[in-house]
Design a protein around this ligand. Structure first.
Ligand code: NAD
Length: 478
Protein backbone atom coordinates (compact mmCIF):
# COMPACT_ATOMS: atom_id res chain seq x y z
CA UNK A 1 0.00 0.00 0.00
CA UNK A 2 1.23 3.48 -0.85
CA UNK A 3 -0.09 6.54 1.02
CA UNK A 4 -0.90 9.39 -1.31
CA UNK A 5 -2.26 12.87 -0.75
CA UNK A 6 -5.47 13.80 -2.55
CA UNK A 7 -7.07 17.24 -2.98
CA UNK A 8 -10.55 17.31 -4.44
CA UNK A 9 -10.24 20.97 -5.40
CA UNK A 10 -13.04 23.26 -6.58
CA UNK A 11 -15.79 23.37 -9.20
CA UNK A 12 -15.98 20.01 -10.97
CA UNK A 13 -12.96 18.84 -8.92
CA UNK A 14 -14.79 16.71 -6.30
CA UNK A 15 -16.91 14.92 -8.92
CA UNK A 16 -14.00 14.02 -11.23
CA UNK A 17 -11.81 13.03 -8.26
CA UNK A 18 -14.51 10.68 -6.88
CA UNK A 19 -14.91 9.15 -10.34
CA UNK A 20 -11.15 8.75 -10.80
CA UNK A 21 -10.59 7.18 -7.37
CA UNK A 22 -13.50 4.80 -7.85
CA UNK A 23 -12.00 3.55 -11.14
CA UNK A 24 -8.44 3.05 -9.95
CA UNK A 25 -9.57 1.43 -6.69
CA UNK A 26 -11.84 -0.96 -8.62
CA UNK A 27 -8.80 -1.85 -10.75
CA UNK A 28 -6.87 -2.81 -7.62
CA UNK A 29 -4.62 0.23 -7.06
CA UNK A 30 -2.69 -0.28 -3.82
CA UNK A 31 -3.35 3.16 -2.35
CA UNK A 32 -4.32 4.74 0.93
CA UNK A 33 -5.56 8.28 0.71
CA UNK A 34 -4.97 11.32 2.94
CA UNK A 35 -7.30 14.10 1.87
CA UNK A 36 -6.37 17.76 2.20
CA UNK A 37 -8.27 20.97 1.48
CA UNK A 38 -6.71 23.38 -1.02
CA UNK A 39 -8.01 26.12 -3.25
CA UNK A 40 -10.87 28.59 -3.18
CA UNK A 41 -12.12 28.04 0.40
CA UNK A 42 -8.57 28.28 1.76
CA UNK A 43 -7.83 31.39 -0.33
CA UNK A 44 -11.05 33.10 0.72
CA UNK A 45 -10.33 32.31 4.37
CA UNK A 46 -7.39 34.71 3.99
CA UNK A 47 -4.56 32.34 3.09
CA UNK A 48 -3.10 33.86 -0.12
CA UNK A 49 -1.18 30.65 -0.87
CA UNK A 50 -4.40 28.56 -1.04
CA UNK A 51 -2.95 25.84 1.19
CA UNK A 52 -2.40 25.47 4.96
CA UNK A 53 0.94 24.56 6.57
CA UNK A 54 -0.45 21.23 7.87
CA UNK A 55 -1.38 20.29 4.30
CA UNK A 56 2.21 20.91 3.15
CA UNK A 57 3.35 18.57 5.92
CA UNK A 58 1.08 15.81 4.58
CA UNK A 59 2.15 16.38 0.95
CA UNK A 60 5.84 16.28 1.94
CA UNK A 61 5.40 13.15 4.03
CA UNK A 62 3.48 11.18 1.39
CA UNK A 63 5.49 12.58 -1.55
CA UNK A 64 2.78 11.67 -4.08
CA UNK A 65 -0.02 14.19 -4.68
CA UNK A 66 -3.10 13.67 -6.85
CA UNK A 67 -4.75 17.04 -7.30
CA UNK A 68 -8.07 18.06 -8.84
CA UNK A 69 -8.29 21.54 -10.41
CA UNK A 70 -8.79 24.50 -8.14
CA UNK A 71 -10.28 27.95 -8.61
CA UNK A 72 -7.85 30.80 -8.07
CA UNK A 73 -9.94 33.85 -7.12
CA UNK A 74 -9.30 36.87 -9.37
CA UNK A 75 -7.29 39.78 -7.92
CA UNK A 76 -6.48 40.06 -4.22
CA UNK A 77 -2.84 38.92 -4.54
CA UNK A 78 -3.70 35.20 -4.54
CA UNK A 79 -0.71 33.11 -5.61
CA UNK A 80 -1.10 30.22 -8.07
CA UNK A 81 -0.95 27.03 -6.00
CA UNK A 82 0.27 25.08 -9.01
CA UNK A 83 3.32 27.26 -9.55
CA UNK A 84 4.09 27.30 -5.81
CA UNK A 85 3.77 23.51 -5.52
CA UNK A 86 6.01 22.88 -8.54
CA UNK A 87 8.75 25.13 -7.20
CA UNK A 88 8.56 24.25 -3.49
CA UNK A 89 8.68 20.53 -4.22
CA UNK A 90 11.27 20.79 -7.02
CA UNK A 91 8.90 19.25 -9.59
CA UNK A 92 11.20 19.97 -12.50
CA UNK A 93 9.52 17.88 -15.16
CA UNK A 94 6.03 18.36 -16.57
CA UNK A 95 4.90 15.51 -18.77
CA UNK A 96 1.80 15.70 -20.98
CA UNK A 97 0.90 12.90 -23.36
CA UNK A 98 -1.46 14.12 -26.13
CA UNK A 99 -3.01 11.41 -28.22
CA UNK A 100 -5.91 11.53 -30.65
CA UNK A 101 -8.73 9.03 -30.24
CA UNK A 102 -9.85 8.97 -33.86
CA UNK A 103 -12.52 8.15 -35.02
CA UNK A 104 -14.19 8.29 -31.60
CA UNK A 105 -13.22 11.85 -30.65
CA UNK A 106 -13.24 14.52 -33.37
CA UNK A 107 -9.78 15.75 -34.38
CA UNK A 108 -8.09 17.02 -37.52
CA UNK A 109 -5.08 14.85 -36.61
CA UNK A 110 -6.13 11.18 -36.47
CA UNK A 111 -2.59 9.82 -36.05
CA UNK A 112 -1.34 12.18 -33.37
CA UNK A 113 0.44 10.54 -30.42
CA UNK A 114 3.03 12.79 -28.83
CA UNK A 115 4.32 13.63 -25.37
CA UNK A 116 5.42 17.09 -24.35
CA UNK A 117 8.11 17.16 -21.67
CA UNK A 118 8.32 20.70 -20.33
CA UNK A 119 10.89 22.15 -17.95
CA UNK A 120 8.81 23.24 -15.00
CA UNK A 121 10.80 25.41 -12.62
CA UNK A 122 12.90 28.03 -14.36
CA UNK A 123 13.03 30.15 -17.54
CA UNK A 124 10.85 33.31 -17.38
CA UNK A 125 8.77 31.54 -14.69
CA UNK A 126 11.37 32.40 -12.07
CA UNK A 127 9.06 35.42 -11.87
CA UNK A 128 11.89 37.91 -11.27
CA UNK A 129 10.66 41.18 -12.73
CA UNK A 130 11.73 44.79 -12.21
CA UNK A 131 10.68 48.15 -13.57
CA UNK A 132 13.92 50.05 -14.09
CA UNK A 133 12.99 53.20 -16.02
CA UNK A 134 9.76 55.03 -16.84
CA UNK A 135 9.51 53.05 -20.03
CA UNK A 136 11.12 49.67 -19.46
CA UNK A 137 10.40 46.61 -17.30
CA UNK A 138 12.54 43.48 -17.40
CA UNK A 139 11.79 39.83 -16.65
CA UNK A 140 14.82 37.62 -16.02
CA UNK A 141 15.04 34.44 -18.03
CA UNK A 142 17.10 32.02 -15.95
CA UNK A 143 18.26 28.78 -17.55
CA UNK A 144 20.59 26.55 -15.54
CA UNK A 145 22.78 23.62 -16.53
CA UNK A 146 21.23 21.38 -13.82
CA UNK A 147 17.75 22.42 -15.01
CA UNK A 148 18.59 21.55 -18.64
CA UNK A 149 20.36 18.29 -17.80
CA UNK A 150 17.55 17.06 -15.57
CA UNK A 151 14.74 17.77 -18.04
CA UNK A 152 16.57 16.54 -21.13
CA UNK A 153 17.61 13.32 -19.39
CA UNK A 154 14.03 12.88 -18.20
CA UNK A 155 12.80 13.18 -21.81
CA UNK A 156 15.22 10.51 -23.06
CA UNK A 157 14.57 8.19 -20.11
CA UNK A 158 10.83 8.60 -20.65
CA UNK A 159 11.27 7.80 -24.35
CA UNK A 160 13.26 4.68 -23.45
CA UNK A 161 10.76 3.48 -20.86
CA UNK A 162 7.70 4.01 -23.05
CA UNK A 163 9.30 2.70 -26.22
CA UNK A 164 9.24 6.04 -28.01
CA UNK A 165 11.47 6.38 -31.05
CA UNK A 166 12.43 10.03 -31.21
CA UNK A 167 13.05 13.02 -28.93
CA UNK A 168 12.78 16.50 -30.45
CA UNK A 169 14.07 19.66 -28.79
CA UNK A 170 12.41 23.07 -29.38
CA UNK A 171 14.35 26.26 -28.56
CA UNK A 172 14.89 29.75 -29.94
CA UNK A 173 18.67 29.57 -29.79
CA UNK A 174 19.14 31.52 -33.00
CA UNK A 175 18.12 34.57 -30.91
CA UNK A 176 18.85 33.56 -27.29
CA UNK A 177 22.25 32.06 -27.95
CA UNK A 178 23.24 31.85 -24.28
CA UNK A 179 20.08 30.66 -22.50
CA UNK A 180 18.32 28.61 -25.17
CA UNK A 181 21.79 27.90 -26.54
CA UNK A 182 22.61 26.06 -23.29
CA UNK A 183 19.37 24.06 -23.46
CA UNK A 184 20.18 22.99 -27.04
CA UNK A 185 23.81 22.22 -26.19
CA UNK A 186 22.81 20.02 -23.25
CA UNK A 187 20.25 18.29 -25.48
CA UNK A 188 23.00 17.44 -27.98
CA UNK A 189 25.30 16.20 -25.19
CA UNK A 190 22.71 13.93 -23.55
CA UNK A 191 21.28 12.68 -26.87
CA UNK A 192 24.65 11.02 -27.52
CA UNK A 193 24.06 8.77 -24.49
CA UNK A 194 20.91 7.37 -26.17
CA UNK A 195 22.07 6.28 -29.65
CA UNK A 196 19.04 4.00 -30.02
CA UNK A 197 16.66 6.99 -29.85
CA UNK A 198 16.52 9.41 -32.78
CA UNK A 199 17.04 13.07 -31.86
CA UNK A 200 16.47 16.37 -33.62
CA UNK A 201 16.24 20.09 -32.86
CA UNK A 202 13.76 22.60 -34.26
CA UNK A 203 13.64 26.36 -33.84
CA UNK A 204 10.47 26.79 -31.78
CA UNK A 205 8.53 28.99 -34.20
CA UNK A 206 8.67 26.68 -37.19
CA UNK A 207 8.60 23.66 -34.85
CA UNK A 208 5.35 24.88 -33.29
CA UNK A 209 3.86 25.50 -36.73
CA UNK A 210 4.85 21.99 -37.81
CA UNK A 211 3.43 20.50 -34.59
CA UNK A 212 0.08 22.26 -35.09
CA UNK A 213 -0.03 21.16 -38.74
CA UNK A 214 1.54 17.68 -38.69
CA UNK A 215 1.70 16.49 -35.07
CA UNK A 216 2.23 12.89 -36.19
CA UNK A 217 5.77 13.94 -37.21
CA UNK A 218 6.67 14.16 -33.50
CA UNK A 219 7.04 11.64 -30.69
CA UNK A 220 8.53 13.16 -27.50
CA UNK A 221 9.20 16.92 -27.54
CA UNK A 222 11.31 18.54 -24.80
CA UNK A 223 11.43 22.31 -24.29
CA UNK A 224 11.95 25.13 -21.81
CA UNK A 225 9.13 26.22 -19.52
CA UNK A 226 7.31 29.01 -21.37
CA UNK A 227 7.28 27.31 -24.78
CA UNK A 228 6.12 24.09 -23.11
CA UNK A 229 3.33 25.86 -21.27
CA UNK A 230 1.90 27.25 -24.49
CA UNK A 231 2.50 24.27 -26.76
CA UNK A 232 1.24 21.61 -24.36
CA UNK A 233 -2.19 23.29 -24.40
CA UNK A 234 -2.07 23.54 -28.18
CA UNK A 235 -1.15 19.85 -28.43
CA UNK A 236 -3.95 18.76 -26.05
CA UNK A 237 -6.52 20.87 -27.90
CA UNK A 238 -5.63 19.65 -31.39
CA UNK A 239 -5.60 16.04 -30.15
CA UNK A 240 -9.31 16.44 -29.45
CA UNK A 241 -9.94 18.30 -26.21
CA UNK A 242 -8.11 19.80 -23.25
CA UNK A 243 -10.64 17.85 -21.17
CA UNK A 244 -8.94 14.55 -22.08
CA UNK A 245 -5.34 15.24 -21.11
CA UNK A 246 -3.55 14.65 -17.82
CA UNK A 247 -0.18 15.83 -16.63
CA UNK A 248 2.56 14.61 -14.32
CA UNK A 249 4.84 16.98 -12.43
CA UNK A 250 7.89 15.00 -11.38
CA UNK A 251 10.69 15.90 -8.97
CA UNK A 252 13.59 14.01 -7.40
CA UNK A 253 11.58 13.41 -4.20
CA UNK A 254 7.94 14.25 -4.86
CA UNK A 255 5.45 14.16 -7.72
CA UNK A 256 2.08 15.74 -8.44
CA UNK A 257 -0.49 14.44 -10.92
CA UNK A 258 -3.46 16.33 -12.31
CA UNK A 259 -5.75 17.08 -15.25
CA UNK A 260 -4.60 19.92 -17.45
CA UNK A 261 -7.96 21.68 -17.48
CA UNK A 262 -9.35 24.01 -14.82
CA UNK A 263 -12.22 23.76 -12.35
CA UNK A 264 -14.96 24.57 -14.92
CA UNK A 265 -17.15 26.22 -12.26
CA UNK A 266 -20.18 26.52 -14.60
CA UNK A 267 -20.36 22.72 -14.83
CA UNK A 268 -19.88 22.05 -11.11
CA UNK A 269 -22.28 19.84 -9.18
CA UNK A 270 -24.23 18.70 -12.27
CA UNK A 271 -22.65 15.28 -12.84
CA UNK A 272 -21.61 16.50 -16.31
CA UNK A 273 -17.82 16.83 -16.26
CA UNK A 274 -15.50 14.45 -18.07
CA UNK A 275 -13.18 12.78 -15.52
CA UNK A 276 -10.77 11.59 -18.27
CA UNK A 277 -8.09 14.27 -17.79
CA UNK A 278 -7.70 13.52 -14.08
CA UNK A 279 -7.91 9.78 -14.78
CA UNK A 280 -5.00 10.19 -17.23
CA UNK A 281 -3.07 11.95 -14.45
CA UNK A 282 -3.90 9.08 -12.08
CA UNK A 283 -2.68 6.51 -14.65
CA UNK A 284 0.64 8.35 -14.85
CA UNK A 285 0.76 8.25 -11.05
CA UNK A 286 0.23 4.47 -11.01
CA UNK A 287 3.03 4.03 -13.55
CA UNK A 288 5.26 6.30 -11.46
CA UNK A 289 4.53 4.14 -8.42
CA UNK A 290 5.39 0.98 -10.34
CA UNK A 291 1.76 -0.23 -10.28
CA UNK A 292 2.03 -0.69 -14.03
CA UNK A 293 -0.39 -3.61 -14.34
CA UNK A 294 -3.16 -1.53 -12.72
CA UNK A 295 -2.26 1.48 -14.91
CA UNK A 296 -2.42 -0.70 -18.04
CA UNK A 297 -5.76 -2.21 -17.07
CA UNK A 298 -7.32 1.21 -16.38
CA UNK A 299 -5.97 2.79 -19.57
CA UNK A 300 -7.23 -0.07 -21.74
CA UNK A 301 -10.65 0.00 -20.04
CA UNK A 302 -10.80 3.76 -20.60
CA UNK A 303 -9.86 3.40 -24.29
CA UNK A 304 -12.52 0.71 -24.67
CA UNK A 305 -15.15 2.98 -23.05
CA UNK A 306 -14.28 5.82 -25.45
CA UNK A 307 -14.40 3.33 -28.31
CA UNK A 308 -17.80 2.04 -27.13
CA UNK A 309 -19.11 5.58 -27.74
CA UNK A 310 -19.93 6.15 -24.08
CA UNK A 311 -19.14 9.86 -23.89
CA UNK A 312 -19.64 12.82 -21.59
CA UNK A 313 -21.23 15.95 -23.10
CA UNK A 314 -17.92 17.62 -24.02
CA UNK A 315 -16.94 14.94 -26.55
CA UNK A 316 -20.42 13.66 -27.41
CA UNK A 317 -21.16 13.83 -31.14
CA UNK A 318 -24.29 12.55 -32.92
CA UNK A 319 -23.42 9.74 -35.32
CA UNK A 320 -20.16 8.88 -33.56
CA UNK A 321 -21.11 8.64 -29.89
CA UNK A 322 -23.61 6.05 -28.73
CA UNK A 323 -24.61 7.19 -25.26
CA UNK A 324 -24.36 10.56 -23.51
CA UNK A 325 -23.48 9.94 -19.86
CA UNK A 326 -22.67 11.89 -16.71
CA UNK A 327 -19.46 11.76 -14.70
CA UNK A 328 -20.60 8.88 -12.47
CA UNK A 329 -22.01 6.78 -15.31
CA UNK A 330 -18.81 7.26 -17.31
CA UNK A 331 -16.78 5.98 -14.35
CA UNK A 332 -19.13 3.00 -13.99
CA UNK A 333 -18.66 2.19 -17.69
CA UNK A 334 -14.87 2.27 -17.34
CA UNK A 335 -15.10 -0.01 -14.28
CA UNK A 336 -17.32 -2.42 -16.24
CA UNK A 337 -14.63 -2.48 -18.97
CA UNK A 338 -11.76 -3.38 -16.63
CA UNK A 339 -10.02 -6.44 -17.98
CA UNK A 340 -11.07 -5.59 -21.56
CA UNK A 341 -9.01 -4.05 -24.33
CA UNK A 342 -10.00 -1.69 -27.14
CA UNK A 343 -10.20 -3.24 -30.60
CA UNK A 344 -9.83 -0.20 -32.92
CA UNK A 345 -7.71 2.02 -30.70
CA UNK A 346 -4.30 0.61 -29.86
CA UNK A 347 -4.20 -1.11 -26.44
CA UNK A 348 -1.32 -0.08 -24.18
CA UNK A 349 1.32 -2.20 -22.51
CA UNK A 350 3.53 -0.68 -19.83
CA UNK A 351 6.91 -2.13 -18.88
CA UNK A 352 6.53 -3.99 -15.57
CA UNK A 353 7.86 -2.29 -12.50
CA UNK A 354 10.65 -0.51 -14.40
CA UNK A 355 11.76 2.87 -13.05
CA UNK A 356 13.29 5.73 -15.01
CA UNK A 357 17.02 5.95 -14.42
CA UNK A 358 17.37 9.52 -13.17
CA UNK A 359 20.66 10.07 -11.34
CA UNK A 360 20.92 13.06 -9.00
CA UNK A 361 22.59 16.03 -10.62
CA UNK A 362 26.30 16.19 -9.84
CA UNK A 363 27.91 19.62 -9.96
CA UNK A 364 30.67 19.88 -12.58
CA UNK A 365 34.15 21.19 -11.72
CA UNK A 366 34.20 25.00 -11.88
CA UNK A 367 35.43 26.58 -15.13
CA UNK A 368 38.11 29.29 -15.24
CA UNK A 369 36.05 32.45 -14.84
CA UNK A 370 37.52 35.73 -16.01
CA UNK A 371 35.99 39.22 -15.80
CA UNK A 372 36.32 40.80 -19.27
CA UNK A 373 34.02 43.82 -19.12
CA UNK A 374 30.87 45.30 -17.66
CA UNK A 375 27.50 46.49 -18.96
CA UNK A 376 26.27 49.54 -17.03
CA UNK A 377 22.55 50.13 -17.57
CA UNK A 378 21.45 53.75 -17.43
CA UNK A 379 18.09 55.52 -17.21
CA UNK A 380 18.46 58.54 -19.50
CA UNK A 381 15.59 60.56 -20.96
CA UNK A 382 17.47 61.88 -24.02
CA UNK A 383 17.09 60.42 -27.49
CA UNK A 384 20.45 61.00 -29.20
CA UNK A 385 22.93 58.20 -28.38
CA UNK A 386 25.89 60.40 -29.40
CA UNK A 387 24.99 62.82 -26.60
CA UNK A 388 24.78 59.94 -24.13
CA UNK A 389 28.15 58.60 -25.32
CA UNK A 390 29.69 62.04 -24.57
CA UNK A 391 28.30 61.97 -21.04
CA UNK A 392 29.14 58.31 -20.38
CA UNK A 393 32.67 58.36 -21.76
CA UNK A 394 33.49 60.70 -18.86
CA UNK A 395 33.44 57.48 -16.80
CA UNK A 396 36.36 56.01 -18.81
CA UNK A 397 39.73 55.56 -17.11
CA UNK A 398 43.09 54.56 -18.53
CA UNK A 399 42.27 50.85 -18.55
CA UNK A 400 38.56 50.64 -19.17
CA UNK A 401 36.62 52.52 -21.85
CA UNK A 402 33.09 52.76 -23.23
CA UNK A 403 32.95 50.42 -26.23
CA UNK A 404 29.28 50.31 -27.20
CA UNK A 405 25.81 51.56 -26.31
CA UNK A 406 22.69 49.54 -27.11
CA UNK A 407 18.99 50.25 -26.66
CA UNK A 408 16.75 47.20 -26.22
CA UNK A 409 19.70 45.16 -27.47
CA UNK A 410 20.37 47.00 -30.75
CA UNK A 411 23.65 48.87 -31.12
CA UNK A 412 23.03 52.63 -31.33
CA UNK A 413 26.61 53.85 -30.68
CA UNK A 414 29.09 53.94 -32.33
CA UNK A 415 27.66 54.13 -35.85
CA UNK A 416 23.99 53.70 -34.98
CA UNK A 417 21.08 54.43 -37.32
CA UNK A 418 18.96 57.57 -36.81
CA UNK A 419 15.90 55.46 -37.64
CA UNK A 420 16.34 53.19 -34.59
CA UNK A 421 13.68 53.92 -31.96
CA UNK A 422 15.22 54.42 -28.53
CA UNK A 423 13.62 54.11 -25.10
CA UNK A 424 14.99 55.60 -21.86
CA UNK A 425 16.81 52.31 -20.99
CA UNK A 426 20.43 52.22 -22.24
CA UNK A 427 23.15 49.59 -21.94
CA UNK A 428 26.67 51.05 -21.87
CA UNK A 429 29.35 48.42 -22.39
CA UNK A 430 32.81 49.01 -20.93
CA UNK A 431 35.77 46.88 -21.96
CA UNK A 432 39.46 47.06 -21.09
CA UNK A 433 41.72 48.65 -23.70
CA UNK A 434 44.29 46.52 -25.55
CA UNK A 435 46.81 45.09 -23.07
CA UNK A 436 44.79 46.07 -19.94
CA UNK A 437 42.46 44.05 -17.71
CA UNK A 438 39.31 44.96 -15.77
CA UNK A 439 38.68 44.23 -12.09
CA UNK A 440 35.70 44.67 -9.75
CA UNK A 441 37.49 47.77 -8.42
CA UNK A 442 37.15 49.32 -11.89
CA UNK A 443 33.40 48.69 -11.78
CA UNK A 444 33.08 50.32 -8.37
CA UNK A 445 35.14 53.24 -9.77
CA UNK A 446 32.80 53.57 -12.76
CA UNK A 447 29.74 53.62 -10.55
CA UNK A 448 31.27 56.11 -8.14
CA UNK A 449 32.05 58.47 -11.02
CA UNK A 450 28.51 58.01 -12.35
CA UNK A 451 27.15 58.98 -8.94
CA UNK A 452 29.33 62.13 -8.88
CA UNK A 453 28.07 63.07 -12.35
CA UNK A 454 24.43 62.43 -11.50
CA UNK A 455 24.08 59.62 -14.06
CA UNK A 456 21.17 57.33 -13.11
CA UNK A 457 22.72 53.85 -13.23
CA UNK A 458 20.05 51.22 -12.71
CA UNK A 459 22.07 48.02 -12.74
CA UNK A 460 25.27 46.42 -13.92
CA UNK A 461 25.94 43.04 -15.51
CA UNK A 462 29.49 41.72 -15.40
CA UNK A 463 30.84 40.25 -18.63
CA UNK A 464 32.68 36.99 -18.12
CA UNK A 465 34.63 34.52 -20.15
CA UNK A 466 34.38 30.90 -18.95
CA UNK A 467 37.41 28.78 -19.91
CA UNK A 468 38.42 31.55 -22.31
CA UNK A 469 35.04 31.65 -24.12
CA UNK A 470 33.02 34.90 -24.03
CA UNK A 471 29.78 34.11 -22.19
CA UNK A 472 27.54 37.08 -22.99
CA UNK A 473 25.63 38.31 -26.01
CA UNK A 474 26.96 40.84 -28.48
CA UNK A 475 24.89 43.91 -29.34
CA UNK A 476 22.59 43.33 -32.34
CA UNK A 477 24.39 44.87 -35.31
CA UNK A 478 27.77 44.66 -33.55
P1 NAD B 1 -11.43 25.40 -17.51
O1 NAD B 1 -10.45 24.42 -18.01
O2 NAD B 1 -11.97 25.21 -16.15
O3 NAD B 1 -12.67 25.44 -18.53
C1 NAD B 1 -12.54 25.72 -19.93
C2 NAD B 1 -13.71 25.11 -20.70
O4 NAD B 1 -13.57 23.70 -20.74
C3 NAD B 1 -15.09 25.36 -20.06
O5 NAD B 1 -16.03 25.51 -21.08
C4 NAD B 1 -15.34 24.08 -19.28
O6 NAD B 1 -16.71 23.84 -19.10
C5 NAD B 1 -14.67 23.03 -20.14
N1 NAD B 1 -14.13 21.93 -19.35
C6 NAD B 1 -12.97 21.94 -18.62
N2 NAD B 1 -12.78 20.77 -18.04
C7 NAD B 1 -13.82 19.98 -18.38
C8 NAD B 1 -14.17 18.65 -18.09
N3 NAD B 1 -13.41 17.87 -17.30
N4 NAD B 1 -15.31 18.17 -18.60
C9 NAD B 1 -16.06 18.91 -19.39
N5 NAD B 1 -15.80 20.18 -19.72
C10 NAD B 1 -14.68 20.71 -19.22
O7 NAD B 1 -10.76 26.84 -17.67
P2 NAD B 1 -11.21 28.27 -17.13
O8 NAD B 1 -12.69 28.42 -17.29
O9 NAD B 1 -10.32 29.22 -17.80
O10 NAD B 1 -10.82 28.28 -15.59
C11 NAD B 1 -11.74 28.02 -14.50
C12 NAD B 1 -10.96 28.04 -13.20
O11 NAD B 1 -10.01 26.98 -13.19
C13 NAD B 1 -10.17 29.32 -12.93
O12 NAD B 1 -10.35 29.70 -11.59
C14 NAD B 1 -8.72 28.92 -13.18
O13 NAD B 1 -7.84 29.67 -12.39
C15 NAD B 1 -8.74 27.47 -12.74
N6 NAD B 1 -7.70 26.64 -13.34
C16 NAD B 1 -7.13 25.70 -12.52
C17 NAD B 1 -6.19 24.83 -13.01
C18 NAD B 1 -5.59 23.84 -12.06
O14 NAD B 1 -5.94 23.81 -10.91
N7 NAD B 1 -4.69 22.98 -12.53
C19 NAD B 1 -5.80 24.89 -14.36
C20 NAD B 1 -6.42 25.82 -15.20
C21 NAD B 1 -7.39 26.70 -14.68
Amino acid sequence: MVRITVAKGDGIGPEIMDATLSIIKAAGAQLEVDEIEVGEKVYLAGNTAGIAKESWDIIRRNKIFLKAPITTPQGGGYKSLNVTTRKFLGLYSNVRPCMSLHPFVKTKHPNMDLVIVRENEEDLYAGIEHQQTDEVIQCLKLISRPGCEKIVRYAFEYAKQYNRKKVTCFTKDNIMKQTDGLFHQVFDEIAKEYPEIENEHWIIDIGAAKMADTPEAFDVIVMPNLYGDVLSDVAAQIAGSVGLAGSANIGEECAMFEAIHGSAPRRAGQNMANPSGLLQGAIMMLNHLGQTDVAENVQNAWLKTIEDGIHTYDIFKEGVSKQKVGTKEFAEAVIANLGHKPSTLKPVTYAKGAKLNLPKYKRKPAAKKELVGVDVFVHWAGTNPNELANVISDLDDNDVKLSMITNRGIKVWPDGFEETFCTDHWRCRFKPVEGATISKAHIVGLLTKALDKNIDTIKTENLYAFDGKAAYSLGQGQ
